[in-house]
Structure formats: C-alpha cells, structure tokens
Design a binder for this molecule. Structure first.
Ligand code: MG
Length: 187
C-alpha cells in the first residue's frame, strides 16, 4: 500500500512543544487541558498574522524539540519494510530542513516527503491509499470522497465520525487498521 503519514500530533507530540514556546511568546501558561482546538494559536487569541510572527520565530525550536509518540518510530519502521511511505505535512517550506533532520535524528525512514496544505489533492495525485492524520478537517474532506483516513485521536477530533474514518489512539491501533485495510484491498 501507499501510506501517507502526517507528522504533528500523529507521529510526534507537537502540542507540548507548541504550548511551551507559545507560552514563552505570550506570557500565558496554557496546558494540555486547555487544548480543544486543532488551531492552537487561536487559544492565545492571535490572528493568523500574529501567529505567523511567533511561529516563524520559534518554529525551528518547536519542531526540533518535539518527541515521537509512543511506538510511532517502531511501527513506522515495520511499515516502511512492507509499504510505500510518504510523509505529508502542512508545515511551511521554511521548516523543511529541520523536519528532514528531525526524521533522520529519530531514525524514521520514508520514501517521499511533501510539505503541502492540500493533502486531499496530494493523496489523489500520488495515489495514496490511506492517510494517517489527526486533523479533523482532513478526515472530513477525505470522508466526503470515501477515501480512508486513520484518524490519530486528539482532543479536538473526537466528534469526527464516518465509515471511512478509522480512529486510533495509539500506534498499535494504527498498525491494526493498516493490516485490516491491506486485507480489504487484496480482497
Ligand atoms: Mg497533524
């Protein structure tokens, strides 16, 4: 199978790093319990322009200092040996180098990497069979096209449900969904 894999809050814990640096920038002290929005910057009352200033200043530190989620590296290693892996992240191109270095540092293998916001179009163009992602808007877009998504569970995506959305709260569950979808594809 050709598997698309998101990074932030799917392979790695982005929330902790964003909270740390956004708290420094704002003087606030938000915690994980405050996070109920995919767009974390909105919790700080920033508009997109204000977010960009802070993100451009701290983005490299945020991305470098994010930790892999439990079992993500191990499961991705297994998947890499059997499947085509494309990393698909909506991070801006500005952070391509730190992203590639981070993946290397954590020994995460992949075949391709794409930094793009329109993940649905990219998955159509590259014939990706399934996307693993935490973004509720991506899950909804994919569901409309009947394309499967493995939705990595986060507090802000709990309300998304659809027949083509496979919810996973760990990488062990991600792996189980991949095995199921693989069997279904061969059928
Ligand atoms: Mg994400």
């Amino acid at each position: 199978m050709h598997i698309g894999v998101d990074l932030d809050n799917t392979v790695l814990d982005a929330t902790s790093a964003f909270l740390h640096y956004y708290n420094i920038a704002s003087g606030f002290s938000l915690t994980h319990e405050d996070v109920n929005d995919f767009y974390l910057y909105r919790l700080y009352g920033w508009n997109e322009t204000e977010r960009d200033v802070v993100y451009h200043k701290y983005g490299s530190d945020i991305h470098w200092n994010s930790s892999p989620l439990p079992m993500a590296v191990e499961v991705l290693q297994q998947l890499f040996s059997k499947h085509q892996i494309t990393i698909i992240t909506a991070r801006p191109l500005l952070f391509r180098d730190v992203t590639v270095e981070w993946l290397k540092h954590h020994k995460i293998n992949y075949h391709n990497i794409t930094l793009i916001e329109n993940k649905l179009q990219e998955c159509m163009d590259s014939n990706i069979d399934v996307l693993i992602d935490d973004g509720p808007h991506y899950a909804e877009e994919f569901a409309l096209m009947n394309k499967p998504v493995i939705l990595f569970e986060q507090p802000y995506n709990l309300s998304v449900t659809s027949d083509s959305v496979y919810r996973a709260s760990s990488w062990i569950e991600v792996n189980k969904h991949i095995e199921y979808l693989e069997a279904k594809l061969i059928d």
